[in-house]
Design a protein around this ligand. Structure first.
Ligand SMILES: [Zn+2]
Length: 325
């Protein structure tokens, strides 16, 4: 077992519908008589928008409760076998209602699959529901209400995902207020397909407690200072950032600079299938391309535990499982 596999880890930013096993994608398509177009290779994306198109393929095979539960189970199983001790899985339930499932059926199937694997492998899990930037704010509010309904049954937070440029977060502010008012956590994808102003909106208008990606915070020294001072956790996903063109190359990824400046950076997969990665794979990249030592990788993982959407006692337990506190 490699060092990177043996290290206990967290993964706070992982999309259910981007993290199927390839063989499961093909098998589900076969079983349902769906002809799949070719999935782009890892170097084949040239923007966030193009990267997001791959989700239409994965979601096409996830339109039954059995398929959703299977994909959720396998994702948690894969994470556990990679020695991930806590994983937060996210998706937009609306994408899985195209063949008649209700939002409740979709969420319950995902929670069922996650719960079975969590019980089998002793891994801690949380579900995050994604509202979409390019959907009307009324739809975001409906997702926020679903998240509130399932708050004590495994849903821990509301997220905002989808194409970032041209779709400002502040349009969805009411959904986030509603989520916060009911004790849910909040995270917003920002500073990926758009710049510092987008991160500012996520923090100020939506009350985001964490930022998905957030790497373009380096474009504003003022905002960077603020994010460091407030220790806002950034959910960094190295492979994904290079594939979507957010950063020019792995060697130039701002994770190193953000870490050295004292930002609360965490390391995550984003999409295991679409980004062709795993948590140990992301740690290896940080080590090989950005010179992270084992002690520094341990600090990134510890930041993940500090930033997890858990209660204080659950967080303490997680730190114990990671043995990095
Ligand atoms: Zn994401």
């Amino acid at each position: 077992m490699s060092l990177f596999t043996s290290l206990p880890k967290t993964d706070l930013h992982c999309h259910l519908d981007g993290s199927l096993r390839m063989e499961t994608l093909c098998e589900l398509a076969d079983m349902q008589g769906i002809r799949l177009p070719a999935l782009p290779g890892s170097a084949a994306y040239d923007s966030l928008e193009q990267y997001l198109q791959a989700f239409a393929i994965t979601c096409s095979v996830m339109q039954t409760a059995d398929a959703i539960a299977r994909v959720a189970f396998e994702l948690i199983e894969d994470a556990a076998l990679d020695n991930v001790k806590h994983i937060e899985v996210r998706f937009c339930p609306t994408f899985l209602t195209e063949q008649g499932l209700s939002h409740d059926e979709v969420i319950e199937a995902a929670l069922h699959g996650m719960g079975s694997a969590s019980g089998k492998y002793g891994i801690s899990t949380g579900l995050i529901l994604c509202a979409m930037r390019n959907s009307p704010p009324t739809q975001s509010l409906a997702i926020a209400k679903l998240a509130i309904t399932y708050r004590r049954r495994g849903v821990v937070a509301l997220d905002l995902a989808g194409p970032e440029a041209g779709y400002p977060a502040k349009a969805h502010a009411e959904s986030f207020r509603e989520a916060l008012r009911h004790g849910l956590h909040t995270t917003v994808h920002a500073g990926e397909g758009d710049g510092a102003e987008s991160i500012r909106q996520a923090l100020v208008d939506c009350g985001a407690q964490r930022i998905g990606h957030g790497v373009r915070v380096v474009e504003s020294s003022e905002l960077l200072d603020e994010v460091i001072k407030r220790q806002i956790p950034l959910e960094v996903c190295l492979s994904s950032n290079v594939q979507t063109g957010v950063v020019a190359s792995m060697d130039n990824h701002p994770l190193r600079r953000l870490y050295d400046l004292g930002a609360k950076v965490t390391i995550n997969t984003d999409n295991r299938l679409i980004s062709h990665t795993t948590m140990s794979g992301e740690l290896l990249l940080a080590h090989e391309h950005l010179g992270f030592s084992q002690a520094e990788l341990t600090k990134l993982i510890s930041n993940g535990a500090d930033s997890a959407f858990l209660s204080a006692s659950e967080r303490l337990e997680l730190h114990g499982a990671l043995d990095v506190s």
